[in-house]
Design a protein around this ligand. Sequence first.
Ligand code: NZQ
Ligand code: ZN
Length: 380
Amino acid sequence: MNNFIYCNPTKLVFGKGQIARLGELIPADKHLMITFGGGSARRNGVYDQVVRALEGRTWTEFWGIEPNPSVETLRKAVAQGKEQGVDFLLAVGGGSVIDGTKLIAAGLLYDGDPWEIVLKGRAACGVPFASVLTMAATGSEMNSGAVISRYETQEKYAFYGNYPVFSVLDPETLFTLPKRQIACGLADTFVHVLEQYMTTPGQSRLMDRWAEGILHTVIEVAPKALGEERDYDTMSEYMLSATLALNDMIAMGVTQDWATHMIGHELTALHGLTHGATLAIVINGTLRTLRDQKHGKLLQYGERIWGITEGSEEECIDAAIARTEAFFRSLGLSTRLSEEGIGEASIAEVERRFNASGVHHGEARNVDGAMARSILEACL
Ligand code: NZQ
Ligand code: ZN
């Protein structure tokens, strides 16, 4: 295992009815701003629960943080928050609202344009913030990352700021999610684990077993989570899996990859394709293209996750990659770029962007423009 420092300060408040605790969780002397997405919170009753929990308090609201939150919108929230002396933020929504709120939190203590924070990749400071999660996928409720888009230039980049002070996870809030969002959330969770697991074998038995535990859980709950009935226990397992997949827990002392995410972000920036949907396509190309580099881990994954033991090593790897693609298809997601109308023009643009910025993504730092092209061509 490599050396590491682990410190995740987010308090998780999990379960039915827990939004009612907001009054006790948010310090009484704070000038509070509550941030929302496009309106799902109002339609599904979460907004009413928040209002009831904060009875007797005053706050200001900012609505309209989009899926794939834009700096164009977030600049307005920062201006509103500065004008009103906001010193605590509560994000009510999915990863987009929480990510957007992370930039607002940093922007409130920053004199320049918030986009500069994104480009720097790290916020120097920020006002404290918390979340009420309504969509399980990103882990943003218990990590310090945020991914922000700039629509005018079709760019999308991650930066790191503070962790939420607390996050309320009530699985009942997930009952109103459309099936496609749940499918994308399950895919995102699965690929978060793979980004931290599908690297070099033999680094940590413990991290491997935790990661495999999350993969098995996601595979087990997926059919029920996508079924007609909304079941509390199923949604609980799905929700907590998403949080644990990206809260630093399975990354202790091991190498990570993230090339699939970096390519996926470009596809969202160029086409608006939902984050989880990009991953369900790109991961297959990554595994096919880097199968030699990931040989040992692909064998372990095939055996422990999909029970693949018959045949030569290469046949086992073929089967593991095929089972992975079949899993994403079972969620109802596309696994080929062509199914989403994405082709050579976008591949060339991703290659151009990676070359222009000189990036080398992935565990082995070998995913440059040319490799990104190979990966994308392998999932056409
Ligand atoms: O905007 P509203 O009206 O709230 O509707 C949202 C949105 O349209 C809706 N929704 C949320 N909760 C709902 C609901 N609809 C019905 N019932 C509910 N309970 O779902 C739609 C999608 O929401 P969004 O927040 O965009 O989804 P998600 O949580 O998947 O977040 C995606 C964003 O997070 C970034 C992605 O790149 C993308 O921008 N990521 C953030 C990460 C992080 N911070 O660590 C890591 C991830 O890899 C990812 O990149
Ligand atoms: Zn993701």
